[in-house]
Design a protein around this ligand. Sequence first.
Ligand SMILES: NC(=O)c1ccc[n+]([C@@H]2O[C@H](COP(=O)([O-])OP(=O)(O)OC[C@H]3O[C@@H](n4cnc5c(N)ncnc54)[C@H](O)[C@@H]3O)[C@@H](O)[C@H]2O)c1
Length: 346
Amino acid sequence: MQTMLLTVHDIRQIVAAMGIQTLMREMINALENAFRCYDPLTTQVPARAGFSYDQPFTGLLEWMPVLVHGQTVTVKMVGYHPHNPDQHELPTILSSIGTYDVRTGQLLALMDGTFLTALRTGAASGLAASYLAHPDSRVMGIVGAGAQAVTQLHAVAELFAIQKVCIYDVDKSATASFMNRTRFLGIPVQVMADDQLDELVRSADILCTATSTAIGSPPVFADTVTKPWLHINAIGSDFPGKTELPLTLVERAIVHPDFTEQALKEGESQRLVVDALGPPLYEVVQAPDKYAAERERLTIFDSTGWALEDAVAAELLLSHARRLQLGQTLHIQHTSTDPLNPYDFS
Ligand SMILES: NC(=O)c1ccc[n+]([C@@H]2O[C@H](COP(=O)([O-])OP(=O)(O)OC[C@H]3O[C@@H](n4cnc5c(N)ncnc54)[C@H](O)[C@@H]3O)[C@@H](O)[C@H]2O)c1
């Protein structure tokens, strides 16, 4: 019995073979298809659970499972350690994904989840914008210039003719390097100073908040006059007590969570009652005409990170690995010729 192992080396080869633009486009398409076909009777996605800690380090480790009945369970383990970039030269978000066969419980595949988390989180925001943002959106604003900001811009730029991105971060080294990290997109980047944050919000057609703001911190920008059709991808609010947007703005917007049950605990929606929310994004994807008028309105995609997105991302990568004959097959789980004897290693 073999397990397919996909390492960073394999992912690098897949990206090289496909091109990152094609891969992002495929990720968006795969998510759109999964959202359109999503049926809770056949695919079970419980809210994630995990451990959070303040001492001796600040961090969070969570597990995010998905059951596709009769087929697989996919589980992502994801860590959030906001001091990683400064203290350990590591990404804030580190992750790995395992896929199991529900017929036998066998571990089918194990792979990096850090790249996939960034790819799918960007793709989900791009997908949300493609259904909820104004079709003529040209200016994107981003608050928080870390790892996720790259894929947030990339996915939106795949779907809209973005002519300018305005970026703000409390850490000026993050904004300084953002231009290099997104140069491949060829979009002019305007770095905004502290006193230009209001201008960033006012000028945006599509806004993304992707900060590592601390629990209980004030909003990452003050409420202001926005374009009437502003669409916001709020991705950094993903833990109880951790929110990014001004409550007054959230209250006058139409809010579509990725996963309502989880968003009510962890997302911008944690400050709202369920009746104040719009339906989750997959329902918008399943009935686009019903929500088309929202492209002229203030909308928020409350993205906490839906485990279904990870299962879709893992399957996309595995399909490319199989096609390109990448990855290693390893005998990780103990099986022997005598299934009744755990001491038999024959
Ligand atoms: N919704 C999802 O599916 C999803 C997926 C991945 C990450 N996330 C969340 O997205 C956020 C960003 O993740 P990342 O990997 O880019 O982290 P990161 O550490 O690479 O970047 C975060 C950036 O936010 C900046 N920042 C912190 N407070 C700020 C503030 N008040 N104003 C402006 N900038 C501020 C930091 O200086 C840093 O550069 C995290 O909160 C993470 O939990 C959500």
